[in-house]
Design a protein around this ligand. Sequence first.
Ligand SMILES: Nc1ccn([C@@H]2O[C@H](COP(=O)(O)OP(=O)(O)OP(=O)(O)O)[C@@H](O)[C@H]2O)c(=O)n1
Ligand SMILES: C[C@](O)(CO)[C@H](O)COP(=O)(O)O
Length: 238
Amino acid sequence: MQQVHDRSGPVVGIIPAAGRGVRLGESLPKAFVELGGRTMLDLAVESMLGSGAVDRVVVVAPPELAATPPAELVSEKYADRVVVTAGGAERADSVRAGLRAASGAQFVLVHDAARALTPPELFTRVADELRAGRRAVIPVLPVTDTIKSVDSGGVVTGTPDRATLRAVQTPQGFDADLLDRANRDTGDATDDAGLVERLGESVQTVAGDPLAFKITTPLDLVLARALFAAADRTEEGN
Ligand SMILES: Nc1ccn([C@@H]2O[C@H](COP(=O)(O)OP(=O)(O)OP(=O)(O)O)[C@@H](O)[C@H]2O)c(=O)n1
Ligand SMILES: C[C@](O)(CO)[C@H](O)COP(=O)(O)O
């Protein structure tokens, strides 16, 4: 008889929030920059836990903030389901630190604090695929520009077929033991799924969301603040 694997265990969110935000150019670490009076980190935690798809969250903070009580970093409503741990020099180091603090998880969703406007539905979409049996799930969007590869002198070396390309977002969801195994071998992957791909495991894509864009540059911050203010006005009008 085929064994049915129980996939009803805990989902733990890992929020890497230890980056400096060099490209954003603000005076404090990026996750603590505010949109409409709330930090990106607080908004990301609210969206993740408010989705109902995630049981608890590990916030990976800059080392100097890692001893801060959760209630001082996120909304009181969610603080008792949040733990804080210290991040590392690179994003991958921070994710590894988050994994160490995610004991007991059957699934993990790794989500950038910098994607502060991600709608709750995206967490549910990724978690549902995991519960249904996928071991690695990432949200993606079609690429709208033509992409070229170039050599070190800036000369074009190729034009990949755009129809086969996707822009990758977070939350990226995994069986916790799979992501743990993928992280034993340190590499230069720019996302968590990249490490899993190297193990030869299949990674399933689901539809991403334009609002899950990563706030990376000053222009992104202008857009995020405008979108946040517009959403606030809509809520007030209802
Ligand atoms: N050492 C690091 C670097 C990044 N991150 C987190 O990873 C997410 C995505 O990274 P990115 O947007 O590149 O943030 P920064 O590294 O802060 O940006 P920059 O490269 O401009 O400094 C962010 O939520 C960031 O806080 C992290 O936890 N630890
Ligand atoms: C993980 C990621 O957000 C997927 O798009 C992205 O690769 C992070 O890259 P960054 O350069 O560390 O922001």
